[in-house]
Structures are given as C-alpha cells and as structure tokens.
Design a protein around this ligand. Structure first.
Ligand SMILES: Cc1cc2nc3c(=O)[nH]c(=O)nc-3n(C[C@H](O)[C@H](O)[C@H](O)COP(=O)(O)OP(=O)(O)OC[C@H]3O[C@@H](n4cnc5c(N)ncnc54)[C@H](O)[C@@H]3O)c2cc1C
Length: 395
C-alpha cells in the first residue's frame, strides 16, 4: 500500500519552493499587478527574477540548469504566483512546460545550449506553439509544414495564440512533415514533429498581440513561419513523435493551469472574506448574513476540492504513474470552480466589485481563460470519458 501518497504535507524542499514563490509574489508581484493589467506590460524584469529564484525550470534536472524540485513544487509555486498576478503565472507556467519538454526530448545541443538560458531567465520566456487558425481543439488538424532540406527542415505556416511568442528566445513549434505519405492523409498525427525555433530565426514574424479580456500582462500573438530553417538537432524526440511530445507537455501543463486557477480563485476568495467582515449593511457586517456565509462556504469547499485534485495529479506525475485523466479532471474542476468563486467574490463586493478599484474585477477577467486554454473544458471531458470508458472495458 502506498501510504506516502496519502500524505498531503509538502516535503521540506517543496515547502521551500512555495515559500520562495509566496515571498516574491507578495513583495514584487502584488504591488504592480493592477498596473501590469491596465497597461498590458509584459513582466520581463519579473521573469528574469523568477529565473534567478530557480522558478523557470522547476522540474528540470540540475545538470540542465533546473531546480529538480518536481511537479508538486511547481504546482505550489504556480498557485502562489497566480494569487498575486495571473499574467506572470501563465508566462512562468508555459516557460516551465517548454523547459521540461526540452529537457525530456531535446537533443544534446538543445539541452546544453538552450536549457540553462531558459531556466536562468537569460531567455525571458519559452513558448509552445500548437494552435493554428483552423486547428484549435482539433490540434491534430494543424497545417504548418516541415520540408526536409539538407541539414534540417524548413517550416512554413501560420500559428495562433502563442503565449509570450513575441518575447521568447525558445519556441516549440509543432509542424507536419511535408512528405508524400502524409499528403494521402494529412491528419496522421504521427507525422507531426516538434521543432525548437529560436528568436530571430530568418522567416519568423510576429503578428499583432491579441487584445484580451484578462491576463493582459501576458502577451499572446500570432506567428508566421516563412521557410524558417531549423537544423536536425532542433527536433524534439524522434521525427514524427511531435504529437506525443505535445500531449506529454500538455498533461503537465494542465496541472499547472489548474494550480493557476486555484491561485486566482484563492485571491478572490480571501478578498471576499475580508470585505464581508468589513462592509456593513443593515447595521451588521455582510459576514453575519447567512446568505453571504453560504457563498463563502461553497467557495471554500470548492477551493479545497480543486486543490486536492491538483495535488493528486501532481503527485501522480511525480511518482511517474500515468496522470492524463487526473490532470484533465484537475484542470476541468479547478478552472470551472475558480470561475464560479471569482464570480461569487464580485457578487459579495456588490457594485464595488464591478469597478477596477478592487482586484476581484481583474481576478474574474483573468480566471476566465483557464477553462479555455491548454484544452477547453469540453475537451477535458472527452479525455476523462475516454479514460473511464477504457478502464471499465479493461475491468
Ligand atoms: C489567452 C490564450 C493563450 C493561449 N496560449 C496558447 C499557446 O501558448 N499555445 C497554443 O498552442 N495555443 C494557445 N492558446 C489556444 C488555446 O489552446 C485554444 O484557444 C483552445 O485549445 C481552443 O481552441 P479554439 O480557440 O480554436 O476553439 P475551438 O476549438 O474552435 O472551440 C470552440 C468551442 O467549441 C467546443 N468544441 C470544439 N470541439 C469540440 C468537441 N469535439 N466536442 C465538444 N465541444 C467542442 C470548444 O470546447 C469551445 O467551447 C491560447 C488561447 C488563449 C485564449
């Protein structure tokens, strides 16, 4: 029996990572979060500091420049950062996802040259480019091509929604091999490869940043690849294994989107509790009205349940057991409940919650995308259903 799996206490090193993130979040991030949101400022200096603190390669081995602290520590850190600023949290989480993919699947050259730069914050962020104008939930329908040429490949196509794509020194781009076999069935996933494209590659252009509802301090851009050359050493894993690389990265990424959702919701919940104790109506604090107490109780319960799912998925990843369904459940539940919790927080603030004077307004805008990116809630349900049906068939 695996008793250790039932221990919800973080280890000494996991607690240290969480404490480091919490202190940085409250000292550096929280005071400027509203301004970053308002002016759409990318957190460049803050990302470099996260690199100094070892929070950009949390799951990367030390000999590749990472902190080797593991997925539980990363989820704890993402939650703390998101509690202060969701824009920084998403930038940090995607960078960690890219660093881990490079460490796991990268060639000797990619690991030796790029990973230390990414983990240390020298490269301010990493990006992961799967989505395209016609390939969102149906990512396997991507149309960007990779044509073999002497010494490597030439990439051609249009990518969309690339988080930090205008800032990153390292972009993982998924493209389909442009070979005759693939043309007979352009949707064969095994013909997709993951390529590392570096900043400034000739033929790589960045489009206009999206004007988003929330997470406005993070940048989200389209990319155009016009015969961008990458050497053979830029392929992650074996050629044709790109979909596996992408899905492996997304499994881990979903745990961190869930942690991010919990962090944003926790900030909104804490603000709602404080406000309910201070604000008086009918001669009493709001917190004395049972209707308000019910809202707070529902939020507290959902927050705890969401976090337990996040920890279960992170622990499974840490133990090296399959966690695709656990990650999908954590992402589905945490993101949907976090939206409800932030919405309830705005309700408790009344009219004031609808103004920019209070952070709950930003929390609600920031949290909304967590049910959309790295696979929508509907796609998480498909993943979960496939898994449970297969389990029952096996039983
Ligand atoms: C701020 C932001 C940042 C992002 N960052 C990145 C990034 O860094 N890298 C990257 O590659 N992508 C990124 N994305 C893209 C994101 O992953 C996609 O938006 C998401 O996967 C959904 O794709 P779509 O927007 O094309 O929606 P669609 O796939 O068109 O879906 C529209 C609606 O239809 C539903 N739907 C679709 N198919 C089904 C189905 N089979 N069954 C039931 N319902 C279905 C969806 O759930 C959704 O509600 C980002 C998106 C945003 C908004």
């Amino acid at each position: 029996m695996e008793t250790a799996a039932m221990n919800f206490q973080p280890s000494w090193s996991q607690a240290l990572v969480a404490k480091t993130a919490r202190e940085f979040a409250s000292r550096v991030l929280a005071p400027a979060a509203a301004a970053r949101d308002r002016h759409g400022n990318f957190p460049e200096a803050e990302m470099r500091e996260l690199g100094d603190l070892g929070l950009l390669g949390v799951c990367v081995p030390e000999d590749h420049g990472g902190a080797a602290a593991g997925p539980v520590a990363l989820a704890l850190a993402v939650r703390e950062i998101a509690r202060a600023d969701a824009s920084v949290a998403v930038t940090m989480a995607v960078t960690n996802m890219v660093a881990e993919a490079l460490s796991r699947f990268g060639s000797v050259d990619v690991r030796a040259r790029l990973l230390p730069r990414l983990c240390s914050g020298q490269e301010v962020s990493g990006s992961f480019s799967l989505s395209e104008p016609q390939a969102g939930s149906d990512a396997g329908a991507l149309a960007t091509t990779a044509s073999a040429v002497e010494g490597g490949y030439r990439l051609r196509g249009s990518k969309l929604w690339v988080t930090s794509g205008d800032q990153s020194g390292v972009i993982v781009v998924m493209a389909r091999h442009n070979v005759p076999e693939a043309s007979t069935d352009a949707r064969i996933a095994r013909r997709i490869s993951a390529f590392v494209v570096e900043r400034g590659a000739p033929g790589l252009t960045v489009g206009r940043p999206e004007d988003k509802m929330g997470q406005r301090g993070s940048s989200t851009v389209p990319l155009t690849l016009d015969d961008v050359f990458v050497p053979e050493s830029a392929v992650l894993g074996q050629p044709g294994q790109g979909f596996k690389v992408a899905l492996t990265a997304l499994d881990g990424g979903r745990v961190n989107v869930a942690a991010q959702a919990v962090g944003i919701a926790q900030a909104a919940f804490e603000a709602a509790c404080t406000y309910a104790r201070q604000r008086q109506q009918f001669g009493r604090p709001l917190a004395e009205f049972q209707a308000v107490q019910m809202m707070l109780a529902d939020s507290a319960t959902a927050l705890d349940a969401a976090w337990l799912l996040v920890m279960r998925a992170a622990c499974a990843k840490e133990r090296g057991v399959p966690f695709t369904a656990s990650a999908a459940m954590a992402k589905l539940f945490a993101s949907e409940k976090a939206v409800e919790i932030c919405d309830r927080a705005v309700q408790i603030f009344g009219g004031y919650g609808y103004t920019r004077e209070f952070a709950v307004e930003r929390n609600l805008r920031d949290v909304r995308v967590t049910t959309i990116y790295e696979g929508t809630s509907q796609i998480q349900r498909l993943v979960i259903a496939k898994h449970v049906l297969a389990e029952i068939a096996h039983a």
